[in-house]
Design a protein around this ligand. Structure first.
Ligand code: PGA
Length: 260
């Protein structure tokens, strides 16, 4: 895993946006894996700015979102459908039919999940997956002890996640208990992955994911087994990393890095 420590949230978001730009330059019809939550907001804002000011083109891009709450309609203000349109899709030139987000209201979850996996495969797989990390070390809604080879499925949320996400709802009781989520195995098939984390609240999860053992207790730790992961963290989220100096050294001495 390549660990890139940026000084603050804005720098972290811009650095991640540069990876998206490089991906779209190489492959204008790339398939992007999208994440929700507060972490990627700055990345989306930067991509919207690049679209408006520099013509970054999403017209041939396809997206697959990681997850959705079960029971929330697409118009519910806390649904991830709503989040994605409000914060990203309605501000760029992506084609509506190229947007895939798990359904929170399907009548048949099992067949929906199978179809979702199949669509990803039919479109050639995800070229670049964006991820956040939960304070319990989850990626998407793959809570502790989720199988590291899990696929898209219905998942019960951990109490910790419900508490973490209660800030977006009136009370913790309003947070749905179930979600549809891509599995760890689904995520691991992405060609490249960008993991983002900011703030001291994520420092323990980040350290466990990067420097701890690979374990289903911290599903983000599975990313240690993926050959092309870039982790962008701000200084606070990097606070518990033991090998900080080493990561800086590696970056500075990367083959092709400009001499300093
Ligand atoms: P957050 O959530 O970005 O709102 O902190 C991240 C996650 O749970 O994956």
């Amino acid at each position: 895993m390549e660990v890139i420590i940026e000084q603050d949230y804005e720098q972290m978001s811009k650095a991640a946006a540069r990876v998206v730009v490089r991906t779209l330059n190489e492959k204008p019809n790339a398939v992007l894996g999208m994440a929700t939550g507060s972490t990627p907001l700055g990345l989306y804002q930067e991509l919207v700015r690049l679209h408006r000011e520099e013509g970054l083109d999403f017209s041939r891009v396809t997206t697959f979102n990681l997850d959705e709450y079960v029971g929330l309609s697409v118009t519910h203000p806390q649904s991830y459908h709503h989040f994605m349109y409000e914060n990203f899709f309605q501000h760029v030139n992506i084609a509506r039919q190229n947007i895939y987000i798990p359904s929170g209201t399907t009548s048949n979850y099992r067949s929906f999940c199978e179809w979702y996996e199949q669509r990803i495969e039919e479109l050639g797989g995800i070229d670049l997956q964006i991820l956040g990390i939960g304070s319990d070390g989850h990626i998407a809604f793959n809570e502790p002890t989720s199988s590291l080879s899990s696929r898209t499925r219905l998942k019960t949320l951990a109490r910790q996640t419900i508490e973490d996400n209660a800030r977006f709802f009136e009370t913790a009781d309003d947070v749905p208990v179930y979600a549809i989520t891509m599995g760890v195995g689904t995520i691991m098939e992405a060609d490249r992955i960008v993991l983002l984390a900011n703030g001291a609240k994520k420092a323990d999860a980040v350290a466990a994911a990067v420097e701890g053992p690979v374990t289903s207790m911290i599903t983000a730790s599975a990313l240690q087994m993926h050959p092309r992961v870039k982790l962008f963290v701000d200084a606070d989220a990097a606070g518990e990393l033991q090998m900080r100096d080493y990561y800086q050294w590696i970056l500075k001495n990367k083959p092709g890095a400009p001499p300093s």
